[in-house]
Design a protein around this ligand. Sequence first.
Ligand code: PEP
Ligand code: MN
Length: 339
Amino acid sequence: MIVAMQDTATEEQITMVVEHLVRMGFSVHRTTGERQTVLAAVGARIDFDTRNLEVLSGVQEVHRISAPYKLAGRSFRPQGTVIELGHGVRIGGEEVVVMAGPCSVESREQLFNVAEQISKAGARVLRGGAFKPRSSPYSFQGLGIDALKLLREAGDRFRMLVISEVMEISQIEMMLPYVDILQVGARNMQNFNLLRELGKIKKTILLKRGIAATLEELLLSAEYIMAGGNYNVILCERGIRTFETYTRNTLDISAIPIIHKLSHLPMTSDPSHGTGLRDKVPPMARASIAAGADALLIEVHHDPDRALSDGAQSLYPAQFAKLMDELRMIAPAVGRKVA
Ligand code: PEP
Ligand code: MN
């Protein structure tokens, strides 16, 4: 931590700050410049709150130099994490894994129709909501366990793994036999009780960034899961809320290289929720691959005008197949490939 003192700070104030730091367990190195004194403090507890120093008299600013997370940080595994999901699917390796499917599982006919087409186009993981976090309590809430059974059946039939969202602790046990990846939605990124429970299982977790969460907060949420012993965590940028109203959210593509710098965990991009607009999904998917995404999460529906959720951002199967062809051309330019 670097503590810059004000140029008007008295010797007494500087001594007080040094004593405070020592009491907190830091070793302190003092640099006394012509105008300003700077204190370099090392060895603190990871949960130290820098505001405790900012409020001391004579302090101008305080900068943390170490991250507040350990297990999620890049230095924990500098070589990066590759998550082995079975059936030859690895996330974080050379192949960019495309996960696709409807926002919600609506019926057997809908799911099997979409699953067959996306599988032919190269999707490796089938997505579909069984429990839906809807802004309105009057909107379709999902088919629950019936949807999970359909997902497993369709995934097995068309040789894809399965991802679905877990909304609360009581659903974890029920979902385990049916899914390969549990998705934690944007609204639950800071549901710390849920994250702790997910730390106790071995199943891979895809953790989405909250709509107003910083990347540091996303990594601290990943840390909750990892601290429980589950290191199989994949992160996901799905758009954040900004002042722009044209799109549903603003897809923060810069989150992809930033997460790769800060963390060893694989990073996914969800251009469907990131834009909310069907015709904006392909360009943002292409940009995500170019920016280094390890996986994509894309909503596809065979009849989006009649979808029970997120139809406007769902690609038609033919659009998805065309996008996959484009991604196959872009990936090699950044040293990757797409199935
Ligand atoms: C979804 O994937 O359908 C979903 C609800 O995502 P998010 O949590 O990003 O809104
Ligand atoms: Mn959706």
